[in-house]
Design a protein around this ligand. Structure first.
Ligand SMILES: Nc1nc2c(ncn2[C@@H]2O[C@H](COP(=O)(O)OP(=O)(O)OP(=O)(O)O)[C@@H](O)[C@H]2O)c(=O)[nH]1
Length: 381
C-alpha cells in the first residue's frame, strides 16, 4: 500500500527526474484516465494500485483527487480538490446536505479548472498518464455540469479515456450486472470518449463469467433463467439492446488488492489512446474551436454594444479605431519574468496613447459631421 504523501495544491513534484521516457502512443501528450464507478466498486483502491504500479515501472503518473468528501487519500496526489475547496464549509455556508455539498464543491472547483489544465500542460513532457479519481457517488460527476466541463476540458486538449470500475463479485447477479452495464452504456454515449470497463476484485472471483455474458447472449439468458422477478423480463429485453455496446467495448479484469491485470490494463489504455487520436480528437478539436469562436463572437458583441452606448452609433462599429484597439488587446503576450513592471508601464503608456488618438479621431469625425450639417442647412436656407 502506497504511503499517503503530502500532496501539493499546484505543483507536480513527483514526476520528474526518473529517466523514464514517456511511452504514450501520442508524443508529448499525457493520457488522462478518468476513473468512474459505483460507490464501493474500488475506484480509490484502483487508483492507489495503479499509482503504485506506475511508480514501480518508473512512469510516475500525475494524480488528481476530485473527491472533496474523502477522509484520506491513500495515494500521492499532485492536486487535491480538498486543498482548494473545504467541503464541510461549503455545506455549512450554503445549508446543504452531504450530496449537495459534494456537487457544489465540484462546481466551485470546475471554475478553477483552467489552472489545473495549465499544470497538466506544463508537465506534458514528463508525465505519461494523468489519473483522476472521482467522487464516490458516480452521478455527482457523470450527470453534473462540472463533470461535463472537466471532461470536455481534458478531452479537448489531451487524449482522454473513461475507465469504469465494476465490482465483479457484486455483478454475479445478472440483474446487477445489467444495471451496471446500462449505466456504463449511458456514460459512454454521454461522454463520447474511449471507454474501458475494469472488472475489479478478481482476487475474489474471476471475471470470466462477465466477459462470457458480454460475448455470448445465450449464456446470459441462461443465467437469467434462475431470476423470477419481473425485473428479469426487462433485463432479458435490455440485453438485446446492449449487444452493440458490448461489441465496441473493451474490458479487463484486475485486482486492486493483488495488482493482477495491471499490465494488461496499461496496454488497453495505450490502445484507447490511439483510438482517441484517430476517432475522437477531431471531434474535440472542432468543439474547442467552436468554443473559441463563440467566445470571440460574444466579446465582439459586447464591444459593439459598448461602442453603440458610448458613441451613440455615430461611428461605424467596424471602424479602424475599434480594430486597432481590439487587436492590441488580443495580441498581448505574457511578459518575461522580472520585467513585468516595466512592460506594464509600457503597455499602459501605449494604451493611453491609443485612447488619446482614438478620442481625437472621434472628435474629428464629429466635427466633420457637424460642419456637413451646417453646410447643408446653409444651402437649404
Ligand atoms: N478483495 C478486494 N477488495 C477490494 C478491491 N478493491 C477494493 N476493495 C475493497 O472494496 C472496498 C471499497 O473500496 P474503495 O476503493 O474505497 O471504493 P470506492 O469506489 O473508491 O469507494 P467510494 O469512493 O467511497 O465510493 C474497500 O473495502 C476495499 O478494500 C480488490 O481488488 N479486491
Amino acid at each position: 500500500m502506497a504511503a499517503p504523501n503530502k500532496h501539493e495544491n499546484v505543483e507536480c513534484s513527483l514526476n520528474t527526474d526518473n529517466g523514464a521516457a514517456p511511452h504514450s502512443p501520442i508524443v508529448n501528450k499525457p493520457t488522462c484516465i478518468i476513473v468512474l464507478g459505483m460507490a464501493g466498486s474500488g475506484k480509490t483502491s484502483f487508483v492507489q494500485r495503479l499509482t503504485h504500479h506506475l511508480h514501480a515501472k518508473k512512469i510516475p503518473p500525475y494524480v488528481i483527487n476530485l473527491d472533496p468528501a474523502v477522509l484520506d487519500v491513500p495515494f500521492p496526489a499532485n492536486i487535491d480538490i480538498r486543498d482548494t475547496v473545504n467541503y464541510k464549509e461549503v455545506m455549512k455556508h450554503y445549508s446543504l446536505g452531504p450530496n449537495g455539498g459534494i456537487v457544489t464543491s465540484l462546481n466551485l472547483f470546475a471554475t478553477r479548472f483552467d489552472q489545473v489544465m495549465n499544470f497538466i500542460e506544463s508537465k506534458s513532457k514528463e508525465c505519461t498518464y494523468v489519473v483522476l479519481d472521482t467522487p464516490g457517488q458516480i452521478e455527482v460527476f457523470t450527470w453534473s455540469a462540472s463533470g461535463t466541463i472537466i471532461t470536455e476540458a481534458l478531452a479537448s486538449s489531451f487524449p482522454t479515456v473513461i475507465v469504469y470500475v465494476l465490482d465483479t463479485p457484486r455483478s454475479v447477479n445478472p440483474v446487477t450486472f445489467m444495471s451496471n452495464m446500462l449505466y456504463a452504456c449511458s456514460i459512454l454515449y454521454k461522454t463520447k470518449l474511449p471507454f474501458l470497463i475494469v472488472m475489479n476484485k478478481i482476487d475474489i472471483i474471476s471475471h470470466s463469467f462477465a466477459q462470457e455474458w458480454m460475448t455470448d447472449f445465450e449464456a446470459f439468458q441462461n443465467a437469467l433463467e434462475h431470476e423470477t422477478s419481473y425485473v428479469s423480463n426487462l433485463t432479458r429485453s435490455m440485453s438485446l439492446v446492449l449487444d452493440e455496446f458490448y461489441m465496441t467495448i473493451k474490458s479487463v479484469g484486475v485486482s486492486a488488492t493483488t495488482g493482477e491485470g495491471f499490465d494488461e490494463f496499461l496496454s488497453k489504455i495505450d490502445d484507447a489512446t490511439v483510438e482517441y487520436d484517430k476517432e475522437y480528437r477531431p471531434m474535440y478539436e472542432k468543439l474547442r474551436s467552436e468554443k473559441t469562436h463563440k467566445e470571440e463572437a460574444e466579446k465582439q458583441k459586447q464591444r459593439e454594444s459598448f461602442y453603440k452606448d458610448h458613441f451613440g452609433g455615430d461611428i461605424p462599429v467596424k471602424s479602424d479605431l475599434l480594430e486597432s484597439v481590439s487587436t492590441r488587446v488580443v495580441l498581448e503576450q505574457p511578459t518575461e519574468e522580472g520585467s513585468d513592471e516595466e512592460e506594464l508601464t509600457q503597455n499602459t503608456d501605449d494604451a493611453n496613447t491609443l485612447e488619446e488618438e482614438s478620442f481625437r479621431r472621434y472628435l474629428d469625425a464629429r466635427r466633420q459631421q457637424q460642419s456637413k450639417k451646417v453646410i447643408k442647412k446653409d444651402s437649404q436656407s
